[in-house]
Design a protein around this ligand. Structure first.
Ligand SMILES: [Zn+2]
Length: 145
């Protein structure tokens, strides 16, 4: 069996050597990370809706991007010092429903179920109805309802 390295395989190897970003987006959109939450995390794009922001925050939890979580948290409710639990591995997101949160809204809610495991234990589910507001044009997380 001939083993030949294709250009695609070479570039995949190259990507893997620098702290490889995930190929599939952690927010379960079915899209590539680079075309979904990636540009938001890198500051190249802004979430157009509350749901998009919620998804990007879930991805940030999954990837341990504390800076993004702080930037997208309303100043009035943002924790003074945010630390993520290294034991928690976020495994799946389900968005159950939304209200408002669109281009012409200033408020919105997103109800979701976030699946996770602690220390590789059984899957657990966090259910939350989150409230988002627009702050200086950008969607930010306010609180859980
Ligand atoms: Zn995403």
């Amino acid at each position: 069996m001939a083993r030949r390295s294709t250009p695609a395989a070479k570039s995949a190897n190259k990507a893997a050597t620098r702290s490889a970003p995930p190929v599939e987006c952690p927010c379960c959109s079915g899209r590539a990370y680079a075309a979904c939450c990636g540009p938001l995390h890198e500051g190249h794009a802004q979430a157009a809706s509350a749901e998009t922001l919620m998804r990007s925050r879930y991805s940030a939890f999954a990837l341990g991007d504390v800076g993004y979580l702080e930037r997208t948290w309303h100043p009035s409710t943002r924790p003074r010092h945010l630390e993520l639990d290294p034991a928690t591995r976020w495994t799946r997101l389900e968005v159950l429903g939304t209200t408002g949160g669109g281009p012409f809204h200033t408020e919105g809610t997103v109800e979701f179920r976030a699946h996770y495991r602690d220390w590789g234990g059984p899957e657990q589910i966090m259910r939350e109805n989150s409230e988002f507001v627009r702050e200086g044009g950008a969607w930010v997380y306010l609180s859980a309802l």
